[in-house]
Design a protein. Sequence first.
Length: 153
Amino acid sequence: MRRLLEQFRRIKIPLSQAVAIAERLHNGSRPVDVSFEISGPAIYRVRTVRNERIWENVVDANTGSVTEKEILSSLKELDREDLSKIIALKTVEQELSDAVRIAEKAGAGSAVAGGLMKQDGKLNFVVIVASGNRLKEVMLEPPPVRTEKSVHH
């Protein structure tokens, strides 16, 4: 844990930028989850989804370059729990990147991981924030998509 935090403090690319890099690789995709890893060089592993496809990309946490071969999978390959989270993502306007920004402010730190969690039938964003020598879990319930369009005269 301490080693992870020490490595995290030294990296140049924030998690939000890694998410934006992965989103740009696949036009119109939405981030599903992201994690910071230090098994080798410091990287972010980002999964994005569009239509029936899920891409997993590895972004170097110091250069922002995309490393390793991209992993492409289909929604059909997911287990029921993961699939239900991705289907629920379609019912909210808020993006994981919005949740990261809010969580970093609330947790007074920098995000090291983020993803979707379904609890009591509701979709939540869960973001892990490094603040000082501690990790804080911030859970956010996104507002549902507004269905009625407001009309301005």
